[in-house]
Structures are given as structure tokens and as C-alpha cells.
Write a new protein. Structure first.
Length: 128
């Protein structure tokens, strides 16, 4: 699968999906599981906030999607984002890691919190 076919989803997209937000479900259905990706930090944030009773179903859900692990190139991008935006924009570490991933991979980010990322040059957003 070509990278340009993948759409990286921010943590909030999955939170809204799991809470039953119909427009998010429709947007993800339109994209298709084979083109939905997530960062390992998104996975960690979701698992951290998941009640133990739902853990198995959440893990099964994510197994159907594409995981983009951190690598040296994404780490370098993350480092640059932290150095550039920690003081003037107060970017949070998870958001910096998530932002580094689509920039490095050349894929769009699907988020409902564009304000957390829109000051970062090079980030492209998915428009459902």
C-alpha cells in the first residue's frame, strides 16, 4: 500500500468513534480499515484510558489497522517539533509525536483538533 493512501488518525478520532459519534464512524467507514493508520502514541493513549473490561475489544480493533511505529526519522522530526514549538505554542509531547509521524511519512492527519497542529509547517490534514 502506498503511503499516500494512508490517513493517520489522531487519538481524538478514535475516542469519538468509541463514544459513538456518527460522523466520525461514517468518515472512517469511507476511508476503510486498510487505509487507516495510527501512531504508537495514539495506541498508548487509548489503552491507558480504556477500562479493563473493554481492553480486549480495543486491542482487536487496532489489530485491523496500520500501526506506524516510531523510528529514527520520526524521532528526528519529533525533536525538531519540540525544539520549535514547546515555548511559543506549548505543544504537548503526545501531540508532537503524533505530528512528527504524518510529516515524516508524507500522509495526512485526521483530527478534530486542528488547532493543536495547524502552526506546524508541513502538516497536511485529511478533510472528510
Amino acid at each position: 500500500m502506498a503511503k499516500n493512501e494512508i490517513i493517520l488518525c489522531d487519538t481524538n478520532i478514535f475516542i469519538h468513534l468509541f463514544r459513538g459519534k456518527a460522523n466520525i464512524k461514517a468518515a472512517l467507514d469511507k476511508i476503510g480499515n486498510d487505509k487507516i493508520a495510527f501512531s504508537i502514541i495514539t495506541y498508548a493513549e487509548i489503552i491507558y484510558g480504556t477500562p479493563k473490561a473493554k481492553l480486549s475489544s480495543i486491542k482487536t480493533f487496532f489489530e485491523q489497522l496500520t500501526l506506524i511505529d516510531l523510528d529514527t526519522d520520526i524521532s528526528r522530526e519529533f525533536k525538531g517539533i519540540v525544539l520549535s514549538y514547546s515555548f511559543n505554542h506549548h505543544i504537548k509531547i503526545p501531540d508532537a509525536l503524533i505530528a512528527a509521524t504524518p510529516i515524516n511519512q508524507g500522509v495526512p492527519l485526521f483530527t478534530e483538533n486542528k488547532k493543536d497542529f495547524d502552526f506546524i509547517p508541513g502538516i497536511k490534514f485529511h478533510k472528510p
